[in-house]
Structures are given as structure tokens and as C-alpha cells.
Design a protein around this ligand. Structure first.
Ligand code: PLP
Length: 358
């Protein structure tokens, strides 16, 4: 066991700026959705490079809103990858559409364009494209399929795919601002788009009594000014957060290069912003539960690591035929990376991993 404090897998980076921003909201007396939400929407849209944004209560709510705003519902099909959190499947079935689950490209953990094309049918209305762990998916190839893309930027802000910002390419984009995301509001999310009709529809559906008609998909999905105040101060620090993440990733690349681990890949034409630093255990090492054993041993030595995806969808749904997602589930390990990590914590993480794999 270790005597040093445990290094958590993930942690928000909060300081006096956030404390001041929150105090100012309390003093203003305006807590619910108001001017700070609008300012946050403008700020995130400008950062990503879209015409506008609609802030909501979570990333899951943003996915649901995106689907409804695109007019997707019963009888429609939506393609999404297996190796992702359950939120995407849940939002899809909640709007009444049928999820078509496809495999990933193991090198990038992103939705596989070849498998995606095979899953298309005349009923396909959208492809949900998560940019996992900070690396954009192959947007250019997916775009050529001619189906509306919903980009999922819950884990990736500020990354580039062939000269374009991840999040600025799809028909709609969603973000999550959960406590441990790239920038956090505690809970929260946003729908982004260049299409004014989608933005208007999203605004009309995120709260009741906005339009003089009752539409069942309307719900209370609002973000508060308290959350938005946090988000505005975090957004102001996002570039420096990304610089710190890049520096930690560079240290890990160097320190872990002789461990036999498969380190994160960045294909040509894309940049990685390292929301997560995800390595894979080589098959020669991995047997049975040895990934879980490694996680337990690392935690015992003060370094909290995690499976980067809790449970792939094909496992939840007992589906066969997802070899890359299954391989990722069995071999991928997410090690601590966040802007507030001290240099000593970064080097201790790498050192502990090297010793465990020696
Ligand atoms: C890729 C991805 N999409 C969507 C979501 C859902 O976001 P939220 O937890 O804010 O509902 C998450 C959350 O972790 C995520 O990682």
C-alpha cells in the first residue's frame, strides 16, 4: 500500500475564479436560465465554430434534443458505435427511433466508417459520431456517406480533423459539461448547430410555454445561470487546460514508450486533446481478468485507473460480432490526466505503471 495521497482518475479543475463567478450569480439574485446561459451559449458556439448553441441540463438531454430537432422518431434508424456510454442508446430509444449499433476502429476507438456504411438503410436518419477521449473520428469519410451527422463532443473540444474543428462539421453537435469533463458546470450539456432551424427547434423544445402549441417532445431540459457562470469561467481557461493536458500526454508518451503498452495513436490530419490518456494492454499480456487485476493493483499503489467505457452497448444488449469494441473492453486502460495534476502525480503515475508492467 502507498503512503502518498491517492491520485484520482479524474478531477475537475476549480479555483478562485469559479468561486467568484458563483458568488456573483448568488449576489445577482438570478439563478435560473438567464443572461449567463446566453453568454455561455455564445462562448461555446464561438469556441467550436458554430452559429449558435442551446444549453441544456446534460449531455444526454442534448442528444435527445438533437434527435428531436432533426425530426427523428418512430420508424427511423440511428447508427451509433458500441464502444460508448449508454447515454446515446438511451436518448435514441427515448425518441422512439431504432439504434443500429456498429463496431469501432480499434486504433482510434472511433466509430468505424466501413461498418457504418454497412449499417445504413433507407430508414437511417442520422449517425451519432462520438469523438472519444479527445481524438476526432474520421469525419471526412463519414461525411461522404451522405447521412446527417450528430457529432458528440462530450469528450473533445478544440481538436482538429483535416483543418476543421471537431463539432463544427455535423448537422448538429452535442457537448457534456459533467463535473469531470473538459470544462464543467457540475451537470450540463449543449446542442450546437449552424442551422438556425435546428437551434430554434432546440430552444422551443428545451422548455415548456415557449410556443402556443403543445408538442409532447417538449420538456424541462434547462441549464441554470449558476451552472453557466461556472461554465463561462471554465471556458476562459480551456486553452490553458488543453496546454496542460498536452504536456502531461507528452510526458506519458515518453515515459511509457518501453512498457509494451499500445499508446494513443493520432492519425495524420487530426489532433488529439487528451481528454483521456487511454493505453491498451498487448494481447500477449492480457489473459482473463488481468486488466481488472492491474487496475486493482494500481489502485492499491495509489493510482486510480479505469475502464474508459463502463460497458459497451453490445455487452449490455448481448450482441455478437463487435470484435474491436470487445477487444477495447478487454484491453483499454484509462490513466489519470487532468489540468490540476501536479508534476509529481504525473511522474508517480508513469513510474507506478512502468513498475507494474516490468
Ligand atoms: C461520449 C459521451 N456522450 C454523451 C455523454 C452524456 O453526457 P452526460 O453525462 O452529461 O449526460 C457522455 C458522458 O459521459 C459521453 O462521454
Amino acid at each position: 500500500m502507498t503512503s502518498s495521497p491517492i491520485i484520482p482518475h479524474s478531477k475537475p479543475t476549480l479555483g478562485s475564479e469559479e468561486a467568484r463567478a458563483l458568488a456573483a450569480v448568488v449576489e445577482s439574485g438570478h439563478l435560473s436560465q438567464g443572461p449567463r446561459v446566453e453568454e455561455f451559449e455564445r462562448g461555446v458556439a464561438a469556441f467550436v465554430g458554430t452559429r449558435g448553441g442551446v444549453a441544456v441540463s446534460s449531455g444526454t438531454a442534448a442528444v435527445e434534443l438533437a434527435l428531436v430537432a432533426l425530426g427523428i422518431g418512430a420508424g427511423d434508424e440511428v447508427v451509433l458505435p458500441s464502444y460508448v456510454c449508454a447515454a446515446l442508446w438511451l436518448a435514441t430509444v427515448r425518441v422512439g427511433a431504432r439504434p443500429r449499433i456498429v463496431d469501432i476502429d480499434l486504433d482510434t476507438f472511433a466509430i468505424d466508417p466501413v461498418e457504418t456504411e454497412k449499417a445504413l438503410s433507407p430508414r437511417t436518419r442520422a449517425i451519432i459520431v462520438p469523438h472519444l477521449f479527445g481524438l476526432p473520428a474520421d469525419l471526412s469519410t463519414l461525411q461522404r456517406l451522405g447521412v446527417p451527422l450528430i457529432e458528440d463532443c462530450a469528450q473533445t473540444l478544440g481538436a482538429i480533423e483535416r483543418g476543421r474543428q471537431a463539432g463544427s462539421v455535423g448537422t448538429a453537435t452535442i457537448c457534456s459539461f459533467y463535473a469531470t469533463k473538459l470544462l464543467c458546470t457540475g451537470e450540463g450539456g449543449m446542442l450546437l448547430s449552424n442551422d438556425p432551424a435546428i437551434l430554434d427547434k432546440g430552444r422551443a423544445l428545451r422548455e415548456y410555454d415557449q410556443v402556443p402549441a403543445l408538442e409532447a417532445a417538449t420538456y424541462n431540459r434547462k441549464m441554470t445561470d449558476v451552472q453557466a457562470a461556472l461554465g463561462i469561467s471554465q471556458l476562459g481557461r480551456l486553452r490553458s487546460f488543453l496546454e496542460r493536458r498536452a504536456a502531461i500526454a507528452a510526458y506519458y508518451h515518453d515515459a511509457l514508450r518501453h512498457t509494451g503498452l499500445l499508446l494513443p495513436a493520432t492519425p495524420e490530419g487530426r489532433t488529439h486533446i487528451y481528454y483521456r490518456y487511454v493505453v491498451r494492454l498487448p494481447r500477449s499480456r492480457e489473459e482473463g481478468t488481468s486488466l481488472d487485476t492491474l487496475i486493482t493493483r494500481l489502485e492499491g499503489r495509489g493510482v486510480q485507473c479505469r475502464h474508459p467505457v463502463f460497458r459497451p452497448l453490445h455487452r449490455y444488449l448481448s450482441l455478437d460480432g463487435y470484435p474491436a469494441s470487445e477487444e477495447a473492453a478487454q484491453t483499454a486502460l484509462s490513466i489519470p490526466i487532468y489540468p490540476s495534476m501536479a508534476d509529481e502525480e504525473v511522474s508517480r503515475t508513469a513510474q507506478t505503471l512502468c513498475e507494474e508492467l516490468a
